[in-house]
Write a protein that binds this ligand. Structure first.
Ligand code: BG6
Length: 494
């Protein structure tokens, strides 16, 4: 069990305190950090939202959220009672001119680290920050945490970055991409830069292509309003998937300093080949789920989930082929795919090495599998290096693929903390390494925007795919046209 170092005593104000993110992710994450002794017991979590709730009512809501989102075995009634005691609630319409900010001055301790967590819609980020500034609530020890998406396109992202920047410095601004807080994602840095064996083969000489898949079984989960304005490209690719691509493709940073790591990720984003309308037509596929079945249960299609009779052109699935224009990655495609209502929840990265230049073994070439490294983000976090080995026993020298397998949870024998646990504690510590710098956000929008524009100007709609399938067949054609195939061995995932 690694040693847990408590963070400084803090006050955390969560705007959007009764929303889905707070109840599903933030409160459970804070509970775990409290239970494990990392969150000092004098710290306070102050929920803020428009509804008129008392502290008690907010604690009741929080308790229900914990019962729902924390494994029962991890809920100890005495620990829960003490944790709830640290929760407070302030009713406020944070964008109203006459909002009473003095309520916060009365509660917040000026000597403490102060975290303002904006679990709200991005168009409120600017106005809330302005109000916090005007109310004199932003101390030197304050930080603001912004959930993705930062904006809806480059222009709105730029505006938010500017508005927030008027009140909080870049060092005080923590733009969350929760994928960066996942253990296996952090492990990518260790894999590449703490081992001698990989970095020397991590380039176009040895790697044929890279695949990144983030598949989900869920549909809209009550977020129809947000999702229909967003779609999979904005919701998953612009942030999570491009961040994963950066960690795979970046050069070694000169140090682990937050800005040096982010400099290298930024270079990758800037090296992505921009897509014109023709590239968008040939290198991207967008889909939308129709009714189908997942794990044997029927599920409705996207429009039914939306509750709409009218067609929607929002994509719930994206597959695309990206290119990183550097020496290291020349002619090595990065295939990305993500979607809702796919057959399994699985996120993984496949590094597909090149074929053998020559084979000594008299075996049918169809049975050969070039080496691949499969990095599993979820579920069953781990890595597997696929290699050819000899079949045991007599019968000649026959080979078959076998995996060198590390399952992290089994190896380390401990629960893997949720990404939000790590990220919340990093904001208190003031460590921005796992957060997106403003120029990364802007560079990611710069690359994504022409895709959105080309899609918007085309007369065709996203291609339908049945819920429970792996997306439109065009997504399979996208990779098979290049003589490659999506990694399929996901079936051992639960
Ligand atoms: C969020 C998206 O950022 O990530 C959701 O807005 C998505 O649509 C979620 O479901 C996936 O996160 P995870 O950690 O479950 O893979």
């Amino acid at each position: 069990m690694p040693k847990i170092i408590p963070v400084a005593v803090f006050d955390c104000v969560v705007f959007g305190a009764t929303g889905d993110l707070t109840l599903r992710k933030l409160l459970p994450a804070l509970y775990y950090r409290f239970r494990d002794g990392q969150m000092p017991s004098q710290s306070r979590i102050i929920g803020a939202a428009r509804s008129h709730l008392s502290d008690e009512a907010f604690r009741d809501t929080a308790l229900k959220a914990l019962e729902h989102h924390v494994s029962p075995g991890d809920l100890d009634s005495e620990t829960v009672r003490r944790f709830l005691g640290q929760l407070h609630y302030v009713p406020i319409d944070a964008t109203a001119e006459d909002a009473d900010w003095d309520q916060f001055t009365a509660v917040l301790d000026p000597s403490r680290v102060r975290v303002f967590y904006l679990a709200t819609s991005p168009d409120l980020y600017g106005p809330i920050c302005r109000s916090l500034g005007k109310a004199g609530l932003v101390t030197e020890q304050s930080r603001v945490v912004l959930e993705k998406p930062i904006g809806h396109d480059l222009e709105s992202a730029h505006a938010i970055i500017h508005q927030v920047g008027q009140v909080f410095s870049e060092q005080q601004t923590f733009r969350i991409d929760h994928y960066l807080g996942k253990e296996t994602v952090q492990n990518l840095m260790a894999l590449r830069f703490a081992n001698t064996i990989f970095e020397r083969v991590w380039d176009a000489d040895m790697i044929d292509h890279v695949q990144i898949t983030v598949a989900e079984t869920v549909g809209l989960e009550g977020r129809a309003g947000y999702y229909d304005r967003s779609g999979a490209l904005r919701d998953m690719v612009q942030n999570h998937m491009l961040q994963l691509l950066c960690l795979i493709a970046m050069e070694s940073p000169v140090s682990l300093d937050a800005d040096r790591v982010r400099d290298e990720k930024l270079k990758v984003l800037r090296a992505l080949k921009p897509m014109d309308a023709h590239d968008v037509a040939t290198h991207t596929v967008r889909g939308q789920y129709t009714h189908g079945a997942i794990a044997g249960k029927p599920v409705p299609g996207y429009l039914a989930d939306l509750g709409s009779d009218e067609a929607s052109s929002t994509e719930t699935f994206v597959a695309l082929k990206a290119e990183v224009r550097t020496w290291r990655w020349a002619n090595v495609p990065f295939y990305l795919r993500t979607g809702k209502r796919l057959p399994q929840k699985v996120s993984e990265i496949v590094i597909q090495f090149r074929k053998l230049p020559f084979s000594l073994f008299p075996q049918d070439a169809a049975e050969w599998r070039p080496n691949s490294l499969i990095i599993r983000l979820q579920p069953e976090e781990g890595m597997r290096l696929e290699m050819m080995t000899k079949d045991p026993g007599p019968g000649g020298l026959r080979l078959s693929p076998t995996g060198l397998d590390i399952r992290f949870e089994k190896t380390f024998g401990m629960r893997f903390p949720d990404a939000y646990e790590r990220l919340l504690m990093d904001t208190v510590r003031g460590n921005p390494t796992l957060f997106m710098r403003h120029d990364e956000v802007e560079a990611a929008w710069t690359w994504v925007e022409p895709i959105i524009e080309a899609w918007t100007s085309r007369p065709d709609q996203p291609r339908p795919y049945a819920a429970g399938s792996w997306g439109p067949t065009a997504a399979i054609a996208l990779i098979e046209r290049d003589g490659r195939t999506w990694h399929e061995e996901m079936t051992h995932a639960k």
